[in-house]
Design a protein around this ligand. Structure first.
Ligand code: HEM
Ligand code: HEM
Length: 234
């Protein structure tokens, strides 16, 4: 049912699957998770709330619901391709199987995350810590797995594999550096606001975080786009 692309390494549905997954996990997921982990005290000028809820929460919920919808769309696209002998040859089956296993874990995590997020108990409930811990662990695992999942499939592609590997290595390196910087800021921020009664953060940290979130968005976008372009050349 699916058409083989010009060079025949990937079918169109696989390219569409890869493109949507790359965009979702590099651009959307990283942005949405950053807001939940490091953006809790964010404010725009005096504003700490948008439409009645905290800035971080509105961004986190909206971006990750979109990410969930696009992940499921990407999943349906790869299921729709069916078994195609022409494109299965010349491929490393083990790496593709490993990719599929990580992929299934990510798709399952997304369903669990959204269900958990929507049906969570209130912030004051004594059981709330269960949601917080499980939701955090599952979210971080899904995001972490997305990196090897993309690496594995990129390593079996034939056109410009070096380009794909360099871009993915840059993405991995950027995520590690960004997390280290933001963890340091978070630690310093906690030390400063511990002396205050209200949970606010000094405006220099607020500006720095907003700058880093924007930088992440731009880095993610400028790495995801060439990855997708190379994918369509397979
Ligand atoms: C984090 C992002 C990704 C997720 C969550 C994901 C998820 C999945 C899943 C669940 C499957 C198994 C489907 C089945 O059993 O038929 C799969 C297969 C596949 N994915 Fe992905 N994928 C991702 C990224 C990519 C990328 C970037 C590409 C690049 C082309 C890609 C290409 C493929 C291919 C070719 C298959 C078929 C494997 C086979 O025939 O054995 N995926 N993916
Ligand atoms: C694919 C979907 C999602 C992923 C991957 C995800 C991921 C995460 C992660 C990693 C954290 C923890 C950040 C930290 O380390 O502190 C978090 C926190 C949170 N998320 Fe999500 N999330 C998703 C969807 C949702 C949805 C749909 C909602 C609400 C409707 C939601 C509500 C929350 C809340 C309330 C917290 C804070 C929990 C706490 O107080 O520790 N999430 N999310």
């Amino acid at each position: 049912m699916s058409t083989v692309s010009s060079t025949g390494v990937l079918v169109t549905l696989e390219q569409a699957h890869g493109s949507i997954m790359i965009f979702t996990w590099i651009v959307f997921a990283s942005t949405g998770i950053l807001f939940a982990r490091y953006g809790r005290l964010l404010h725009f000028g005096e504003k700490r709330k948008i439409l009645g809820a905290d800035v971080w929460f509105q961004f986190h919920r909206a971006i990750l619901i979109v990410a969930a919808v696009t992940t499921l769309t990407g999943f349906i696209l790869v299921l729709a391709k069916g078994d195609n002998e022409t494109v299965s040859k010349n491929r490393d089956k083990n790496r593709l199987t490993a990719h599929s296993i990580l992929g299934y874990i990510i798709v399952a995590s997304v369903l669990v995350q959204v269900a958990m997020g929507l049906f969570r108990c209130g912030p004051q409930s004594p059981s709330r810590y269960i949601f917080n811990r499980i939701h955090r662990a599952v979210g971080i695992i899904a995001f972490t797995f997305s990196i090897p999942a993309i690496f594995l499939v990129a390593s079996v592609l034939q056109n410009n594999t070096t380009g794909l590997m360099v871009i993915l290595a840059l993405w991995t390196g950027w995520v590690v550096i960004l997390v280290i910087i933001l963890e340091i800021i978070k630690h310093r921020c906690q030390a400063t606001s511990a002396e205050k009664t209200e949970a606010t953060q000094p405006s220099k940290f607020n500006t720095l975080k907003l700058f880093l979130f924007l930088a992440n968005f731009l880095v993610a976008l400028s790495l995801a786009i060439p990855l997708i372009v190379i994918l369509w050349q397979q």
